[in-house]
Ligand binder design. Structure first.
Ligand SMILES: *[C@@H]1O[C@H](CO)[C@@H](O)[C@H](O)[C@H]1NC(C)=O
Ligand SMILES: *[C@@H]1O[C@H](CO)[C@@H](O)[C@H](O)[C@H]1NC(C)=O
Ligand SMILES: *[C@@H]1O[C@H](CO)[C@@H](O)[C@H](O)[C@H]1NC(C)=O
Ligand SMILES: *[C@@H]1O[C@H](CO)[C@@H](O)[C@H](O)[C@H]1NC(C)=O
Ligand SMILES: *[C@@H]1O[C@H](CO)[C@@H](O)[C@H](O)[C@H]1NC(C)=O
Ligand SMILES: *[C@@H]1O[C@H](CO)[C@@H](O)[C@H](O)[C@H]1NC(C)=O
Ligand SMILES: *[C@@H]1O[C@H](CO)[C@@H](O)[C@H](O)[C@H]1NC(C)=O
Ligand SMILES: *[C@@H]1O[C@H](CO)[C@@H](O)[C@H](O)[C@H]1NC(C)=O
Ligand SMILES: *[C@@H]1O[C@H](CO)[C@@H](O)[C@H](O)[C@H]1NC(C)=O
Ligand SMILES: *[C@@H]1O[C@H](CO)[C@@H](O)[C@H](O)[C@H]1NC(C)=O
Ligand SMILES: *[C@@H]1O[C@H](CO)[C@@H](O)[C@H](O)[C@H]1NC(C)=O
Length: 870
């Protein structure tokens, strides 16, 4: 039955602009009373919910049946803040309520139990507190119940699990305590049951085995105890089971029944203290199996060889013993095999070499013996080979070079011997190489530094020596100054020495771990200080002369060749020498930042002479080096108020040093996201930063010939001087650095996640449009002060903006006061729309940087004025 209520009082509480008496049906009245309790919502909603309508059926988020009763109330993601009032209980015909992803707080009203027609119920991702109302038992038509990511507590009512048709239940990520309702088996239709991330205690009810349609069961991150119920084996449809991070004990009774649909089984971080059941080998659909840190004993069942879909097997940190079953080599799809920190013994089976998809092989901290089978060195996709702390022996084969994706090879604490194949250096993707404490001999391959990503190289406690046939020889200098290596990385090789001079202020890298190579010193005596510095920087002797030549190249801009030679001879006062002194040979104490391409140091060369030094580590091939020098030269000539000025640079084969003016206020990233005490950043400062970056980029894109595309625009690369004027850094460099042979042939994408334009996600297309996109993201970050890595900032802003047209929901809340000034408000909206255009998915629809500069400058033609008063 339909009836109407006339409300005059409401008139005044909603809108002073209403001028007529109105009649709205009772569902509409109930909705308006709900609305009244919301403190913030988008204007698209408040303008649509018009109290002079006769029904709410055309309102945003509302759907009605033919009798104008509300059947669906869906305002998901509307940025509503407030409480959910008891008036909701009046919506008797309601079938769907979806208020997920808002900012609702307070209790869930009891009265919802009156909406007995409800089928779909979603209040997830809010701030609701309190318990699930007991009245929910009246919602006998409920099929979908989602309350995850709130702060609900108390016990999960048993009555809830008596609702016969429940198919989907998400109660995860709340504070529910008590037991899992013992009658969970009453959920005969349930397909999805997520109870993870609560404080549920007690055992997993045996009755779970009666939920015969269950496919997804997530119970992880609770305080459950006892054993895994045997009845889980009755669940023929179960595909995902996660019980990790509880306190379960006893035998793992899985795999004895029909487990053909198991896809993912995660049992990690319990205390089973039991053996792995061989029956798991019968669960033929398994792709992921993880039982980490659960005090497993016994052996790895050979039946795992039957799991031909398995791609992830992680049994590390247990007490497994015996051999690695050769049958594992039959899991052909295996990508990750982690068996580390167990008591496995015997040889690594040759058969593992058949795992052609294997990327991670982590067998460290076991008791494995023998050689690494040749077949393993031929798994071309292998990225991580971690076998340290075993008793492995043998020599490394030259096939090592076939591992072209190898990043992390840790062989330390074993008995490997022989010479390290020179071909290791060809693996340009290497990041971490640890060979410490073995019996390696011969030379350390000097071309290891080709890997521009190489960060850790530990070679200590071996029998390496210098260049054959000399018995004592230097460590390849190119290896010694890697970001995370030091001469101590080579400690314990009695035949290795460090090239350096004992005289003068420059010590051997400031330590006495390794003896200096004396037999070379006479040859060095005639060299100038700059050469010595270069040696310390890591250049090998023969390279010094080449380098002096390179230093010429860039100095030629200002000085003649003769002058250069003089400057090289005046060594002690050379700039490089001063720089090295000021930073105590690039001591960590002077580090002010670490970027993708190198570490940045601060060098104080005199009063008011502060510089930033960036140490670059790059791979290079001979042909590319000259063009790189030319390009750095080009970049060095670029001068613009909004570009960081390159003062000097020094290059050598694998590393380089670039000197900039020091920027007092650090990077825009620091200023926006400093963990403690971020400054407020007034709007005019943000505007200045926005337009400054635009000027700098426009200059690079349109005034430089050839145009320079930055490719890595992000707040970390925008530096702010004492006046908060922005200066773009790293232009040109990023591009140069990515020209090494490894990156041109690889799928490496330059740029930083969050700022990469969509068209670049899978290609290495480099264009001005992509810089424009990144610039747009930086603008959004300036406006919202949110990090693109944390959220999909472009998606979030554009959906909130197009849904609500409310800038308040988007901007950094510390700007809200300034918003009272309508000029500022307009500027912000103007900047936002530029940002959204710049981040248009279609590159051709983005403005170019000249247009951006123009748009931004026009905004400033109406500078903020004091608001007019009447
Ligand atoms: C509400 O509806 C009335 C009549 O249909 C109309 O005059 C009024 O402008 C509307 N109010 C709003 C805020 O849209
Ligand atoms: C609510 O609306 C959104 C689209 O705005 C839709 O994706 C979602 O499925 C709806 N919720 C329900 C429970 O139907
Ligand atoms: C609605 O729910 C409340 C609380 O559960 C109850 O007291 C009330 O009687 C119900 N109203 C109607 C009309 O059923
Ligand atoms: C559950 O938490 C509530 C408070 O949120 C507490 O009163 C109750 O005793 C707890 N129950 C159990 C079984 O721990
Ligand atoms: C499962 O259901 C059967 C039949 O409905 C019932 O007899 C049995 O007790 C239930 N098992 C558990 C453990 O609840
Ligand atoms: C284990 O679960 C608890 C919640 O019960 C959670 O706070 C904790 O972070 C989880 N630990 C791990 C390692 O995930
Ligand atoms: C694990 O279980 C064993 C008994 O099986 C018990 O002795 C041990 O204390 C438990 N360890 C932990 C950390 O709970
Ligand atoms: C591991 O299990 C054994 C029994 O198999 C038990 O004695 C031991 O305490 C357990 N260890 C831990 C750390 O729980
Ligand atoms: C695995 O399945 C085979 C045949 O289906 C059966 O004979 C064997 O007992 C099962 N293994 C286990 C451990 O349940
Ligand atoms: C490793 O194996 C060797 C020989 O097989 C044995 O002597 C040693 O005790 C084992 N070490 C461990 C930690 O099991
Ligand atoms: C290499 O593996 C070790 C584990 O042994 C890990 O700590 C390190 O982070 C890994 N390095 C890289 C670059 O992945």
């Amino acid at each position: 039955m339909k009836f109407f209520l006339c409300h005059f009082l409401l008139l005044f509480s909603f809108s002073a602009s209403l001028h007529a008496v109105f009649c709205l049906n009772s569902d509409g009245v109930a909705l308006l009373s709900l609305f009244r309790q919301w403190t913030s919502m988008p204007s698209s909603l408040s303008s649509s919910w018009n109290s002079s309508d006769s029904t709410p059926c055309k309102w945003v988020g509302i759907e009605c049946d033919s009798k104008n009763n509300v059947v669906s109330f869906n305002l998901t993601g509307y940025a509503i803040s407030g409480q959910l009032g008891p008036e909701i209980g009046h919506l008797r015909q309601l079938e769907t309520i979806d208020l997920s992803t808002n900012d609702f707080f307070g209790n869930i009203p009891e009265e919802l139990g009156n909406c007995s027609a409800l089928k779909n119920f979603d209040l997830s991702s809010n701030r609701f507190t309190g318990q699930i109302p007991g009245n929910f038992k009246y919602l006998q038509n409920l099929g979908f119940l989602s309350l995850f990511s709130n702060s609900l507590d108390g016990e999960i009512p048993e009555s809830l699990f008596r609702i016969p048709g429940l198919q989907v239940v998400y109660l995860n990520d709340n504070n529910f305590n008590g037991s899992i309702p013992r009658n969970v088996g009453d959920l005969s239709e349930v397909v999805t049951l997520w109870l993870n991330g609560n404080r549920l205690s007690n055992t997993i009810p045996e009755s779970i085995g009666n939920c015969s349609k269950l496919q997804e069961l997530y119970l992880n991150d609770n305080n459950l105890v006892g054993v895994l119920p045997e009845s889980l084996n009755n669940l023929e449809n179960l595909a995902y089971l996660d019980v990790s991070n509880n306190s379960l004990i006893g035998s793992i009774r899985l795999g004895s029944g029909n487990c053909k649909n198991f896809d993912t089984l995660v049992l990690s971080f319990n205390n089973f203290s039991a053996e792995i059941p061989p029956g798991l080998g019968n669960c033929s659909s398994l792709t992921t199996l993880a039982i980490v840190g659960s005090n497993l004993t016994g052996t790895i069942p050979s039946s795992f060889g039957l799991l031909d879909k398995l791609s992830y097997l992680d049994l590390c940190e247990n007490h497994l013993s015996g051999k690695i079953p050769p049958e594992l080599g039959q899991c052909k799809s295996l990508e990750t095999l982690r068996l580390y920190t167990n008591q496995l013994e015997g040889k690594i089976p040759n058969e593992l070499g058949m795992l052609s998809n294997l990327q991670d092989l982590e067998l460290f901290s076991n008791n494995l013996t023998g050689e690494i089978p040749l077949s393993i060195w031929k798994i071309s996709r292998l990225e991580n080979l971690l076998v340290y702390s075993n008793s492995l022996s043998g020599e490394l084969p030259s096939e090592l070079s076939q591992l072209t994706y190898l990043k992390n090879i840790s062989l330390y604490n074993n008995q490997f011997s022989g010479v390290i194949p020179q071909s290791l250096g060809i693996n340009s993707s290497l990041v971490q190489v640890e060979f410490t404490n073995n019996k390696f001999t011969g030379e350390i391959p000097p071309n290891l530094c080709f890997g521009k990503q190489l960060r850790v190289l530990n070679m200590g406690l071996n029998q390496f020596h210098g260049r054959i046939p000399s018995d004592v020889g230097p460590i390849p200098e190119s290896l010694i100054k890697l970001p995370d290596s030091s001469p101590s990385s080579f400690l314990g090789n009695p035949s290795l020495c460090v090239n350096c001079l004992s005289s003068g202020s420059l010590t051997c890298f400031g330590n006495s771990y390794l003896k200096p190579c004396y037999h070379h010193s006479s040859g060095l005596r005639g060299l100038s200080r700059i050469a010595i510095v270069l040696i310390v920087l890591g250049a090998s002797l023969s390279l010094v002369f080449v380098l002096l030549g390179l230093v010429c190249l860039f100095l030629l801009q200002r000085r003649s060749k003769q002058e250069l030679e003089i400057s090289a001879e005046e060594g002690p006062s050379s700039l490089l020498n001063k720089v090295m002194k000021a930073t105590e040979n690039l001591n960590d104490r002077y580090v002010i930042g670490k970027g993708a391409h190198g570490v940045v140091y601060k060098a104080l060369l005199g009063p008011n002479k502060v510089f930033a030094l960036k140490k670059l580590v790059f791979g290079g091939h001979k042909a590319g080096r000259m063009s790189m020098i030319r390009e750095i030269e080009t970049v060095g000539k670029v001068r613009h108020r909004n570009l960081v000025r390159l003062e000097e640079f020094w290059l050598r084969k694998d590393c380089g040093l670039v000197m900039y003016r020091y920027m007092e206020n650090g990077s825009l990233h620091d200023v926006l996201h400093a963990t403690n005490q971020s400054p407020i950043l007034e709007w005019n400062v943000r505007y200045k930063i926005a337009i400054g970056i635009a000027h700098g980029l426009a200059y690079l894109h349109h005034d430089c010939d050839p145009a320079i595309v930055h490719r890595d625009i992000k707040p970390q690369n925008i530096l702010l001087d004492s006046e908060m004027e922005p200066h773009i850094s790293d232009f040109g460099i990023a591009k140069l650095l990515d020209q090494s042979p490894s990156s041109t042939s690889s799928i490496f994408v330059p740029g930083t996640v969050g700022y990469i334009a969509p068209e670049n996600a899978f290609t290495t297309k480099k264009s001005r449009e992509s810089d424009v996109y990144s610039y747009g993201v930086v603008l959004l970050e300036l406006i919202t002060r949110r990090k693109p890595m944390d959220i999909d900032i472009v998606g979030w802003v554009s959906s909130v903006w197009s849904n609500t047209k409310e800038i308040n929901h988007i901007v950094d809340s510390s700007l809200k006061e300034e918003f009272l000034d309508s000029n500022i408000r307009e500027q912000v909206i103007g900047l936002l729309s530029v940002a959204l255009e710049c981040t248009n998915k279609e590159p051709n629809n983005r403005p170019d940087m000249r247009q951006v500069v123009k748009r931004l400058s026009n905004m400033n033609m109406n500078p903020p004025t004091t608001s007019k008063c009447s």
